[in-house]
Design a protein around this ligand. Structure first.
Ligand SMILES: [Zn+2]
Ligand SMILES: [Zn+2]
Ligand SMILES: [Zn+2]
Length: 426
């Protein structure tokens, strides 16, 4: 391993420790404690959010990436920047748009977000750290590289998992997990045996096969679809360029090739639509070390619109997505998540948003570009940092963790600010 990758690893370790700590504390902290976290003297990129256009796309771990992951940025102020597009929508629109007969998510409602189509807004006050809602995956798939270290069914990571006796490629905590996974695993078990090394469907294809299977068996709306049904996903087919169109076609061919034995396929048009939907609405699940764990669809989570100063963050507990407030959310405010890495300047962010999600963001951060200068400065440090700098970051991280511990213990002092962002960058 060369020096540069050592540097990257050190950064990632520091980041991971910090992130783990923040996330763990998020769960443990009483919410009043958590409010303090929004006062800032640093920027820490702490977590995995909704990310890739293509769920099989891996987060890049370049040294540039590592260098921007943890940076002291004294001028950054993340104190509840007000998003103009989150201004209170009027009541008329909301009532008109509430056409769905579902139980919904307590404390929130689906509504027509001005200029953004549908969205989710708060009906009650959410404090920083509050769990806004949790959403089990509608369908998910463990990435091939993480087999044997994670249970295919519940994504638990541990030693000594038991393997599927037939293909010897899928691993489980116990017989319950194996049984639970069988309706999905059987799509691949014997195919993997017969194709051997030639079994190479993309993760998108694997996920699509599972969605099709679920759609056949689940006639009723699932617990993942309280405010948005999977069938309502946008496919944006009219906006695809030739390259994306071809990719979709390749995926469809692969789906037929690898899954024909166990799947009755919908027609070509429906399949094209499905792949478009998965590409725009798929999530990548990451573990605490920012390793790609798998891909999934979380319909309710996909209802939230994007903002570059989001008021919630998505983290994962096994195959369940948890949406937590990272800013105070008063009733009436729209709930925004970020689809992309926020440590990039406005131009770059919007390029990615246009490429993957087909829109240009008009949030407060994009109009004021108030953090661009700081972000550009951080980006300039794309060369690997000096050892002393790393030592200083490690010291810094340790201190922050120590502060977390103390704060947790005394529930009163805490001086770390957190900028939540997604780990995917190019
Ligand atoms: Zn398990
Ligand atoms: Zn098997
Ligand atoms: Zn924006």
């Amino acid at each position: 391993m060369n020096t540069s990758s050592n540097v990257v690893n050190t950064h990632l370790r520091v980041l991971t420790t910090l992130r783990l700590h923040v996330v763990n504390n998020m769960r443990d902290f009483e919410t009043d404690m958590f409010g303090v976290i929004s006062s800032v003297d640093c920027v820490v990129n702490v977590t995995g959010l909704k990310t890739a256009h293509n769920p099989s796309e891996l987060p890049q771990r370049s040294s540039c990436r590592a260098a921007i992951l943890i940076q002291r940025c004294p001028s950054t102020n993340t104190q509840t920047p007000k998003n103009p597009s989150a201004s209170r929508p009027n009541q008329r629109e909301s009532t008109a748009s509430r056409t769905m007969k579902t139980e919904g998510i307590e404390g929130t409602e689906r509504f027509a977000s001005p200029g953004k189509g549908r969205g989710l807004r708060a009906l009650k006050h959410f404090k920083v750290g509050d769990l806004v809602f949790a959403c089990p995956a509608y369908a998910y798939v463990l990435t091939v590289n993480e087999r044997s270290s994670h249970c295919e069914f519940c994504f638990t990571r541990r030693e000594g998992l038991s393997k599927c006796g037939k293909c010897k490629l899928a691993f489980y905590c116990d017989v319950d997990c194996q049984r639970g996974d069988w309706p999905m695993h059987k799509l691949e078990c014997s195919a993997m045996c017969s194709y051997g090394e030639n079994w190479t469907p993309s993760e998108t294809v694997r996920l699509a096969a599972r969605i099709i299977t679920k759609q056949k068996t689940l006639m009723e709306r699932t617990a993942s679809e309280r405010v948005l049904a999977l069938s309502e996903f946008e496919a944006h087919l009219d906006k695809l360029d030739n390259e994306k169109r071809e990719l979709n076609q390749t995926d469809i061919v692969a789906l037929h090739h690898f899954y024909s034995k166990h799947l009755d396929f919908p027609d070509e048009e429906a399949l094209t639509e499905l792949f478009g939907q998965v590409n725009c609405n798929g999530f990548t699940i990451e573990d605490e070390e920012l390793s790609h764990l798998g891909s999934a669809v979380f319909p309710d989570v996909a209802l939230m619109n994007h903002s570059c100063s989001p008021n919630v963050i998505v983290t994962y507990k096994g195959t369940v997505a948890e949406v937590r407030a990272v800013q105070e959310i008063p009733p009436g405010d729209e709930i925004f998540t970020s689809y992309i890495d926020l440590l990039y300047p406005t131009e770059d962010r919007n390029e990615r948003l246009r490429d993957s999600y087909f829109f240009t963001c008009d949030c407060n951060e994009c109009s004021t570009r108030s953090k661009d200068k700081a972000k550009m400065e951080i980006r300039k440090t794309s060369t690997a940092p000096e050892p002393e700098e790393i030592r200083s970051m490690v010291r810094y991280a340790k201190n922050i963790i120590e502060e977390f511990r103390r704060a947790k213990h005394y529930k009163n002092i805490l001086v770390c600010g957190v900028l939540w962002s997604s780990p995917l960058c190019s």
